[in-house]
Design a protein around this ligand. Structure first.
Ligand code: NAD
Length: 236
């Protein structure tokens, strides 16, 4: 393998599956028990704020369950970043905090974070692990009932897109890990990288929808294939 000077890694729910956090799609996935329109859109929130807030309160509490820890794949990415002499950006679609807990530093949550909330009145974003209720008061502007999860719902603009596009435009390796390639714009990152002719690698349990666009694919559980791939990359 050659040495790369600028790497962008995209992760999805698959990297956290072996840590005990459900993916969205697939057998036993979160969407099997919940209607996307109800719990992951702004309209759903306006229709039934209590239901939507309760869905995210449960997800936030899930992160603190005993045994929910970063796995070997999260740790391998953090270790690689610590030792990589060039640029490294980790973009995650995940709203959990397992990359942070593993020690990743150059990390962007494009779909938001379960441990952050924001006020729709004063737009302040702040860290909070408390449940949000329909009556929750913003500690900054004191408005009641305007606090929502800092999560990008379907139809909303993901975060950090300008920076992500800049990095995709100059990276020489793009690696996609544990994502089904169903949710845009993240699913389109490989197309941008492919058009530039750079090396694109998919690490997933099985080939994703966009598998044909990757120059390389390694398939199996993330805790096996991610440490293996990044160990090989370090040796170059
Ligand atoms: P997805 O559920 O659509 O797809 C998960 C992918 O991971 C699939 O391709 C599956 O084959 C693969 N996978 C499952 N187990 C794996 C394993 N052990 N090792 C390697 N790969 C495995 O997830 P996605 O593509 O990330 O969907 C996007 C949306 O899901 C995002 O909006 C994200 O915010 C949300 N999401 C996040 C979390 C989280 O924060 N952990 C959990 C569920 C959903």
């Amino acid at each position: 393998m050659r040495r790369y000077s600028s790497i962008v890694v995209l992760t999805g729910a698959g990297i956290s599956a072996e840590s005990g956090i459900q993916t969205f799609r697939g057998g036993g996935g979160l969407w099997e028990g919940h209607d996307i329109e109800e719990v992951a859109t702004f309209d759903g929130y306006v229709r039934n704020p209590r239901k939507v807030l309760s869905f995210y309160n449960d997800r936030r509490r899930d992160l603190r369950r005993a045994g929910i820890e970063p796995n070997a794949a999260h740790l391998a990415l953090a270790e690689f970043e610590r030792n990589h002499p060039g640029e490294f950006l980790l973009v995650t679609q995940n709203v959990d905090d397992l990359h942070e807990r593993a020690g990743s530093r150059e990390l962007r949550h494009m779909h938001g974070e379960l441990d952050k909330v924001r006020c729709q009145r004063c737009h302040q974003v702040y860290s909070s692990r408390e449940d949000i209720e329909p009556s929750t008061q913003c500690p900054w502007c004191m408005a009641a009932g305007r606090v929502r999860p800092h999560i990008v719902w379907f139809g909303e603009m993901p975060f950090h897109m300008d920076e992500i596009h800049l990095r995709l435009a100059r990276c020489d390796l793009f690696v996609s890990i544990g994502t089904s390639g169903n949710v845009y714009p993240a699913a389109g990152f490989v197309e941008l990288a492919h058009q530039r002719g750079i090396t694109t690698v998919e690490l997933n349990l099985e080939p994703s929808e966009g598998a044909a666009l990757f120059s390389e694919g390694h398939y199996g559980p993330a805790t096996t294939i991610v440490p293996e791939f990044f160990a090989r990359l370090r040796q170059t």
